[in-house]
Design a protein around this ligand. Structure first.
Ligand code: GUN
Length: 288
């Protein structure tokens, strides 16, 4: 039997409808949620991501602004911009689009963002908070995966979750979130020896390696939940994930497609974190 498709566009649309209401409520109280995006250089993929983020903000009533620096800007110039945004009461969320040029030190830049405005959840404080079960802001892509599982009533507790990929943006925080929900978690990489032995034992398999179609039907457990975070462009121009969708979907119980799976959730969770930041700012102002 073919798997149930986890439709990321549908889940994203459900979440965005709720966010729109929360944004409207804030606006009624005189607060327009605001997101500032910092971009350095002219990476073409980053330009597309930033454009999509700005468009999504507009659709649900979030003010957004882009601070675009040339690739030759100094780290100090960018830090000065972040320091000013930290003080700006119209800006509730600050995001530094990655990658930064090689002469930048990622952690120095990211840790200059005020913890309460770090809507990407990449600040070392927020990473530590997630690991210790005191989540402040969680990174957007793995948060989106958790919402997709929740909306499909997929129980995580007690399951064996295998995460393939160990990036700071997806793999590591994904593993921590699954662990936090009571899963037994194994973290693999694309180079894990006998990877199939691990993936075949997964009740929930999350793949984020950037290797097109590397997970094949023989590598999954019948009935498993498969979440594909990969977005790769094939030589013919089409997009595909890290999972061989057409064959794997005949074996597993649930699967996310590419495109239209995890992708739409990433920006949705950024909007969600921005609204949350604005709501918290309002609460902390009133409680002073
Ligand atoms: N570059 C690739 N993914 C991301 C992301 O989620 N956030 C930021 N800031 N940069 C990225």
């Amino acid at each position: 039997m073919s798997a149930q498709i986890i439709d990321g566009k549908q889940v994203a649309s459900n979440v965005r409808a709720e966010l729109k209401q929360r944004a409207a409520k804030l606006l009624e109280q005189g607060i327009r949620p605001g997101l500032a995006v910092i971009m350095v250089g002219d990476d073409s993929a980053s330009e597309i991501y930033v454009r999509n983020k700005i468009k999504a903000c507009g659709e649900i009533g979030i003010h957004s602004e882009v601070h675009h620096f040339s690739g030759s800007a100094t780290q100090e110039e960018v830090l000065n911009c972040i320091r000013a945004l930290n003080q700006n009461k119209h800006v509730h969320g600050i995001l530094v689009q990655l990658p930064l040029p090689p002469h930048f030190e990622n952690n120095s830049v990211i840790t200059s963002i005020a913890i309460e405005k770090d809507v990407d959840g990449f600040h070392l404080y927020n990473v530590g908070a997630l690991v210790t079960g005191n989540t402040n802001f969680a990174p957007c892509t793995p948060s989106g995966v958790m919402v997709m599982l929740e909306q499909h009533h997929i129980a995580v507790e007690g399951m064996h979750a295998v995460v393939v990929g160990r990036s700071n943006i997806v793999g590591k925080p994904m593993a921590m979130m699954l662990l936090g929900q009571g899963a037994t978690v194994t973290i693999c990489t694309s180079r894990t020896k006998d990877l199939a032995q691990f993936t075949r034992s997964a009740d929930i398999l999350v793949v984020a390696t950037g290797r097109p179609k590397m997970i094949t039907a023989g590598m999954v457990k019948p009935g498993a939940v498969v979440v594909d975070v990969g977005i790769n462009r094939l030589p013919d121009g089409r997009l595909c994930g890290d999972v061989e969708y057409d064959t794997v979907k005949e074996v597993v119980g649930y699967i996310t497609p590419v495109p239209g799976g995890v992708g739409p959730m990433t920006i949705t969770m950024l909007l969600s974190n921005t609204i949350l930041a604005a709501e918290r700012a309002k609460y902390s102002k009133h409680s002073k």
